[in-house]
Design a binder for this molecule. Structure first.
Ligand code: SIN
Length: 274
């Protein structure tokens, strides 16, 4: 049981997700509150904050308290600032952001450690986001499968061509090789680090072996026992750890509109858990 002096932490599930109250993200948090938020974040992996009617600059300031900001290779952005990734789907959209399970931009050599999303407009119903706990996904594999995966690496690649319409890309679609099981640099726990959005193949396996193992793992992470589901309201915010979670944004509200803005924090090169 963790004691918090300054914030109130209400878990969504025993495995992942917690709502934080007693925090105003329009202001600098101060060392003690920030330290409690980080403690809760490492424990619950994704934190939710309600009623945060903050400006984009305040959103950026909260992001920068975790580290330097990551710039998405291709996504459109707001306020002429590439650090403010635009999240939007409406009646003209042919896709939404993050419709399938993924961790953000794992195709980068140094993928983002965290993302902070604020939703500014919700559909009447739907538009929830789900997160899955990748420590739990690793722990639930048999010791034999864990031992098989532990030394392996996988290729991650993004292909953003045609993905964001006419918007010019910030840089080329990235690709990188990362460990299949990564060690979280703060908690020192092993986490499964392959995702359907970006992982193309497991190095050193034949094509058919790689395809079958990835397909099994992509199914495995969908187990509801590892997950939470968050129902957004206007000005809800979520802070998630990309190093030990995956997420998917449900697009069940077409042709209605859902909008938001995401600030993303740079991460380190993943290191293997072996
Ligand atoms: C994303 O960052 O993948 C989008 C998440 C969402 O819109 O809920």
């Amino acid at each position: 049981m963790t004691d918090y002096r300054f914030i109130k932490v209400t878990p969504l599930t025993p495995t992942i997700g917690a709502t934080i109250s007693g925090v105003d993200l329009s202001q600098p948090l101060g060392d003690e509150v920030f330290s409690e938020v980080r403690q809760a974040w490492f424990k619950h992996l994704v934190l939710f904050f309600r009623d945060q009617a903050i400006s984009n600059q305040q959103h950026i300031a909260f992001g920068e308290s975790f580290g330097a900001l990551h710039i998405h290779p291709a996504a459109p952005y707001l306020d002429n600032n590439p650090a403010l990734m635009k999240i939007h789907a409406d009646e003209t959209s042919s896709r939404n952001n993050g419709e399938d399970w993924h961790t953000d931009v794992s195709a980068d050599e140094q993928p983002p450690m965290a993302s902070i999303l604020r939703i500014t407009r919700t559909p009447l119903q739907g538009g929830d986001t789900l997160w899955s706990n990748m420590y739990a996904a690793f722990d639930a594999l048999s010791p034999t499968m864990q031992a098989l995966l532990m030394p392996l690496e996988a290729e991650h690649a993004a292909d953003y061509s045609g993905f964001y319409g006419e918007h010019p890309p910030q840089r080329q679609s990235p690709s990188a090789i990362h460990p299949v099981i990564r060690l979280h640099p703060e908690t020192k726990l092993p986490a499964l680090y392959v995702n359907k959005g970006f992982t193309k193949r497991i190095c050193g396996l034949t094509n058919i072996e790689s395809k079958e193992v990835l397909s099994m793992l992509f199914d495995h992470i969908k187990n509801p026992n590892f997950q939470c589901r968050f129902q957004w309201q206007r000005d809800s915010m979520a802070l998630w750890d990309n190093r030990c979670t995956q997420h998917m944004a449900v697009w069940d509200y077409f042709p209605e509109t859902r909008s938001g803005v995401r600030v993303t924090i740079k991460g380190e090169r993943p290191i293997a858990a072996r």
